[in-house]
Design a protein around this ligand. Structure first.
Ligand code: DUC
Ligand code: ZN
Ligand code: ZN
Length: 479
């Protein structure tokens, strides 16, 4: 009887700390042995000459999330997780969004129903808190954190989602006491509303004015305010989807003052610019509308620098899938509507890993170890999934990516598995793509097609993450 269910032979194993050659022995979905001459497995996979990394943990995706404006996300838990798996991601964390006037429990129950029987890979939930009533803050949130929902996002913009400064303070305070990780969407709502009004009055309605309505100052101010609030409460926070220099400077300032402020960035800030939203008034630019908007080449470099120098902990996709054609996505309010009425978000769950391996590691901009930290290990740690997820180590889930490298892998939407009718990265010629993705030892992408049973993905309860622990150094308040 073979000792292992699967052995991956002669892998060039990469972790966040090391690169070494090893066989990987897998039994019952877990890594049970690492060594140079492991016994036979029922299945043998030859990985000689190939890098093998932990499966990606994409800690910022939106699947089948109710939107409130009639638009429908193109990806549900089946197409979204299938697309993820084909791009080397083995764990996703989408968002259960509280509707105002409703409880968090309703959001969680609804989201479990939406996921039910669909995911191909493992998944956890973040919460989005939009209505922090006393009941939510005192009872629901602590209970849900104890049940394994240990992270939540709060918004500083969007009328239907944003919290006031006072509500932010209340919510941060609960996170501190209960040990949850807070993700902050940092953009100043009133500045955006004011600028939008001026632009529309002047007849500047095309998609490209989305970027004009949300300049970096708007992101900088909100990032600064969120950091100040976190300092006041003495709670770690994570600023999501950071787009460029001004927010990066705020985060670095906080980090250099010893605050636990983490940063996330996304592919759109490395590979798109404001020009991707159009240089004329064509509606095509709607495809790249996301918030914050992509900036310019110089800011792309700042983001690369931040990935290299440790400013950023995570590189997530912020996959927010809206179709370009049809009535449910970007055009939910009609054809050629003004920029403020176009659904916000772009797809990217399948391309995230290959973009960063190809353009980051293979070009020498970042190390292979940094790639693993940014795409997998750090997210697992920040959101309470480590060491089960995020590493190649004995006892960890056998979530692995075996890489194809050196050939040419053009990004073409027709080859992707999401349900969106475009990719912002169409035509890019990458030099790497996952050859095989393993989720708990099962092949879910064989280099040609997705495999594995629909619904095999497991829901993951998260533990209170270590990086969410307060510093408890300097009490501004006697909390
Ligand atoms: N924020 C997100 O995190 N995703 C999509 C749109 C947005 O504003
Ligand atoms: Zn956001
Ligand atoms: Zn998002």
């Amino acid at each position: 009887m073979p000792a292992f269910d699967t052995v991956v032979r002669n892998a060039r194993v990469v972790t966040a700390a090391d690169t070494f050659t090893s066989d990987i022995g897998i039994r019952d979905g877990r890594i049970v042995a690492l060594g140079l001459t492991l016994d036979a497995g029922v299945r043998e996979i030859d990985a000689a000459g190939r890098h093998v990394t932990p499966g990606g943990v994409d800690s910022h995706v939106h699947f089948d999330q109710p939107t409130g404006d009639g638009s429908i996300m193109a990806d549900d838990f089946l197409s979204g997780t299938t697309s993820a798996a084909c791009g080397g991601t083995t764990t996703v964390i989408p968002f259960a969004c509280q509707q105002r006037g409703h409880t968090l429990r309703e959001a969680i129950d609804d989201y479990h129903r939406r996921a039910g029987g669909k995911p191909l890979i493992d998944y956890a939930f973040h919460l989005i808190i939009t209505d922090p009533t006393p009941q939510v803050l005192k009872e629901e949130l602590p209970t849900l954190i104890a049940e394994g929902y240990t992270s939540f996002k709060i918004y500083m913009t969007y009328d239907a989602l944003k919290l006031s400064d006072r509500e932010m303070l209340d919510t941060l305070s609960v996170a501190r006491n209960e040990g949850a990780m807070v993700m902050v969407h940092a953009e100043n709502a009133d500045c955006i509303a004011w600028l939008t009004e001026r632009l529309l009055e002047a007849g500047h309605t095309a998609p490209r004015y989305h970027a004009t309505s949300r300049p970096m100052l708007v992101e900088r101010e909100a990032t600064h305010r969120a950091i100040a609030f976190a300092e006041l409460i003495d709670v770690p926070i994570l600023i999501v989807h950071v787009s460029g220099r001004e927010a990066v400077e705020q985060i670095r300032w906080a980090q250099s003052h010893g605050l636990k402020v983490y940063g996330e960035t996304c592919p759109q800030y490395l590979f798109l610019t404001a020009d991707s939203l159009g240089c004329d008034d064509s509606f095509e630019g709607a495809k790249c509308i996301c918030s914050p908007p992509p900036r310019d080449k110089a800011n792309q470099q700042v983001i690369w620098d931040g990935l290299e120098n440790g400013t950023f902990e995570v590189f997530s996709s912020d996959h927010a899938p809206f179709r370009y054609d049809g009535p449910d996505g970007k055009r939910v309010h009609g054809d050629n509507v003004s920029f403020d009425k176009i659904s916000n978000g772009i797809p990217g769950v399948e391309t995230r890993m290959a973009l960063l391996w190809s353009e980051g590691v293979r070009t020498g901009r970042i190390t292979a170890q940094s790639f693993v930290a940014l795409t997998s290990t750090n997210a697992a740690k920040l959101y309470g999934l480590y060491p089960r997820k995020g590493s190649i180590a004995i006892g960890a889930d056998a979530d692995l990516v075996i890489w194809n490298e050196g050939g040419e892998y053009p990004v073409e939407n027709t080859r992707l598995h999401h349900n969106v009718d475009y990719t912002p990265y169409e035509g890019m010629r990458l030099t790497a793509w996952p050859a095989i993705t393993l989720s708990r030892g099962d092949i879910v992408w064989d280099g040609d097609r997705p495999c594995g049973e629909t619904g095999r993905g497991k829901f993951l309860r998260c533990i209170p993450p270590d990086p969410a622990r307060p510093r408890r150094r300097k009490a501004i308040l006697p909390l």
